[in-house]
Structures are given as C-alpha cells and as structure tokens.
Design a protein around this ligand. Structure first.
Ligand SMILES: Cc1cc2nc3c(=O)[nH]c(=O)nc-3n(C[C@H](O)[C@H](O)[C@H](O)COP(=O)(O)OP(=O)(O)OC[C@H]3O[C@@H](n4cnc5c(N)ncnc54)[C@H](O)[C@@H]3O)c2cc1C
Length: 379
C-alpha cells in the first residue's frame, strides 16, 4: 500500500515520488537475492548518489539537498520498505557526515564535505569497540599526536560498511581523561595502517557488511581532527541523536512492508470457505499491526519536526527509536504468523523481515539504553 504522506513542499512531494520509483524499479526485485548471497549493493549507493540522496539533510553550499529532516526520514522509510540494507546504509552514511557538517571548521567543511555528500563516496561511523559497546565512553583506541600527525592504534567492532567505506568518522582516545579524553577524526578509507576484518555472519541485514576495523600506526594529518580534542564523545552522541531518528524511520519502513505483505496474503488465502482476513481474530491482529506502524511513524515525525524547528529533540529521538524498533519487531513477527507455515519459509520475505527487525533493537544504542536515556530526562 502506498502511504499517504503530508509533505511540506511540492519539491519534497517530487522527491518522495522519485524515491518510490527507485525503490520499486531498482531495489525491490534485488533485495531477497542479494541478502541471501550476502552481497553488498555498492552500485545502489552510486545510483542514489547520482540522484542526490547521499546528502539530503545538509546545506546546499556543501553539495547537500537542504531537505528538512521530516522529508529525509520519509525517504529513508520508503527505501527501507523495499530494502533495509539500503535504508540503513543511507542512514549510517548520513550520520557519518554529521560531525564534519556540524562541528568542522569552515575550511574543513569546504574541503571535504562536497565530496562526502556528492554521491561518489560512502561513509561509516566508528565508535563501538570489542569491550566498549553500550558503555562507549570506555573506548580505548588511541590517537597520539606526533607533530603534524596523529598515530592511531586499536580496534573497532561492528562497523557498518567496514572495508567498503571511503571515509570513517572515528572516535578515538587522545587522553586518559575518561569521557572527556575522546576526540573525533575524519579518516580516509585508504589510510595505510587501517584494515578491515572479515564481515560478521549475521542473522539478518546480510547484504550490509559489518566488520571490525584495525588501526596499526595509522597516520593521519592533524587537520583531520573534527572539533577540539576532548569533544569526541559529545560529537558522537549528538550524531547519534539524529541517527536514531533515521533508524526509527527504517524500522517503520520495514514494519510497513511486513504489514502490506500480511494484508495481501490474508486477502487471498482461503480457509473454512473464506479469505482469512474476514475472521475477527485475523482482523484484530492486522489492526494492531497497522496501529503500531502508524503510531511509530507519528513518533519519528514528531522528533523530526522538533529538530527542523531547532528545538531539543534527543528525548524524542530515543522514544522514536524505542517505539519504532519495538513495533518493527512485533509487526514482522506477527506477519510471519499471518502467513502461517508459508511465513516460516524463505518463499516469502516475512521471515527475513523478522530477522532484519531484530538488529534495529540493538544498534545505535540498544533499547535498554534508550529507556535509560528517556528515564534520565524524566528526573
Ligand atoms: C549489525 C550491526 C551494525 C552495527 N553498526 C555499527 C556502526 O556502524 N558503528 C558502531 O560504532 N557500532 C555499530 N554497531 C554496534 C552497536 O551499536 C552495539 O552492538 C550496541 O551499542 C550494543 O553494544 P554491545 O553489542 O557491545 O552490547 P553490550 O553493551 O555488551 O550489551 C549487552 C546487553 O546488555 C545490555 N546493557 C548494557 N548496559 C546496560 C545498562 N546500563 N542497563 C541495562 N542494560 C544494559 C544491553 O542493552 C544488551 O542487551 C553495530 C552493531 C550491529 C549488530
């Protein structure tokens, strides 16, 4: 079902129409095959780049699309409906540009941002480490200043686009001053001393590479420090506030796809002499799924509109991430139920949607961490 959207401008209506066209013609037919083959669709990101999708919420003067977050997130939702790996990949790329766009000097921005937003390059965001997940402030990858360079040593874990990215937005320790000893860097993917390990074997989102990263005396110029030394955690968390709205939008797209599949199936599957959608037990299940999708969409749009209005939105981003990803988990699980035995096979995408939903509750801050952040705001 095509979602009826309230969009702020004719330009954004055209953008969403183009998004639907790309989702239908370029993504929908490939998703199942490439996910099964664990194949990263790098070419799709080039296509999105050519269409201006790799810098949507950033300023035009740096090559961005100057779109409100409200619009950018609905683009993510539509792409994720067709292929989660692409929606999540675009969200991660966009988040990896955030530190430079918001904390870089004017000189750094004009030097690097146009290429990062321009469509050829793909970004990654490197915060997590093997021993620093939810407790990101305990990270230990170290960047030591040596003259005009930093020498970086350590390991990152779980990096989306690891090995495939052209640039990494990296959080590394520049002093032992706890959370205030972390700094943010823009690292070129071809830096010598930087390498990616083999991709993790994941239960879902298998088209998206997730790898460790290793830094062994990787040397970068000192002018690749973004913000001041010691600002890194603040920058990383600020990027995550926006990133979480992106993950919420991806979750809604996935849940919408599962709902659409379940409704179509329930209309055509007959038992006891009539379509199963006519049984009240099935109607109520589908109604709850639709209510979960719509309320999750309202939740991320609320966060986006606050962000667009220049209001604080961190709490809303955590609520949206929690509500939308829990909704996606429930709706995709229920979609498998609606399809019965067929839902448990790989003949239908319901089981893949369910596997893909799980990771949404884990990355960019687990849903336990979102609850912690929401509770903190209540005190
Ligand atoms: C597919 C995938 C892609 C990813 N992509 C990236 C990426 O691009 N960049 C990046 O930096 N990271 C990425 N991550 C890492 C992700 O952000 C972490 O996995 C996540 O933050 C959780 O960290 P952890 O896995 O170490 O779990 P842990 O922190 O070890 O948590 C284990 C469990 O303990 C719970 N827990 C921890 N602390 C608390 C607490 N205080 N209260 C209650 N419960 C708690 C957690 O909720 C979880 O259930 C990715 C992860 C995955 C799976």
């Amino acid at each position: 079902m095509s979602v009826q959207r309230l969009l702020p401008t004719p330009e954004s209506t055209d953008l969403l129409a183009l998004t639907r066209e790309i989702a239908r013609d370029e993504l929908a037919g490939r998703a199942a095959g490439d996910e099964a083959a664990e194949k990263f669709p790098r070419d799709v990101f080039r296509l999105l780049g050519e269409s201006g999708f790799l810098g949507l919420p950033y300023a035009e003067e740096h090559g961005g699309g100057a779109q409100p977050y409200e619009v950018y997130l609905q683009v993510l939702e539509e792409l994720s409906s067709a292929w989660m790996t692409v929606g999540v990949g675009l969200s991660v790329h966009t988040m990896s540009c955030f530190p430079l766009a918001h904390f870089g000097t004017p000189e750094q921005r004009s030097r690097w941002l146009p290429d990062m937003l321009g469509g050829d390059l793909l970004g990654a965001y490197a915060l997590s480490e093997p021993h620093a997940g939810s407790d990101a402030a305990s990270l230990s990858t170290r960047a030591a200043r040596q003259g005009d360079e930093y020498s970086i040593n350590g390991a990152k874990a779980w990096i989306t686009h690891g090995g495939a990215a052209d640039f990494y937005t990296l959080m590394a320790r520049t002093s032992d001053d706890g959370p205030r000893g972390i700094s943010c860097f823009l690292v070129d993917g071809s830096t010598s001393g930087l390498s990616a390990g083999p991709p993790e074997h994941k239960m879902g989102l298998t088209g998206s590479p997730t790898t460790p990263l290793y830094f062994e005396d990787a040397r970068i110029a000192a002018d690749r420090l973004v913000g001041e030394e010691g600002d890194g955690l603040k920058i990383a968390l600020s990027a995550l506030d926006s990133g979480r709205l992106g993950i919420a939008a991806c979750a809604v797209g996935l849940a919408q796809a599962a709902l659409d599949l379940a409704v179509d199936y329930a209309k055509q599957r007959n038992q006891f002499g009539r379509p199963i959608i006519e049984f009240q037990g099935m109607e109520f299940l589908l109604a709850d799924m639709a209510a979960a999708v719509q309320s999750a969409r309202a939740s991320y749009l609320d966060g986006a509109r606050r962000r667009d209005a220049g209001l604080p939105f961190g709490q809303q981003a955590s609520v949206a991430k929690l509500v939308a990803t829990d909704a996606a988990m429930k709706v995709t699980t229920d979609a498998v139920q609606v399809l019965g035995g067929a839902g448990y096979t790989r003949d239908f995408p319901a089981e893949r949607y369910m596997r893909e939903a799980k990771v949404l509750q884990i990355f960019e801050g687990t849903n336990q961490i979102q609850r912690m952040l929401i509770a903190r705001g209540l005190k």
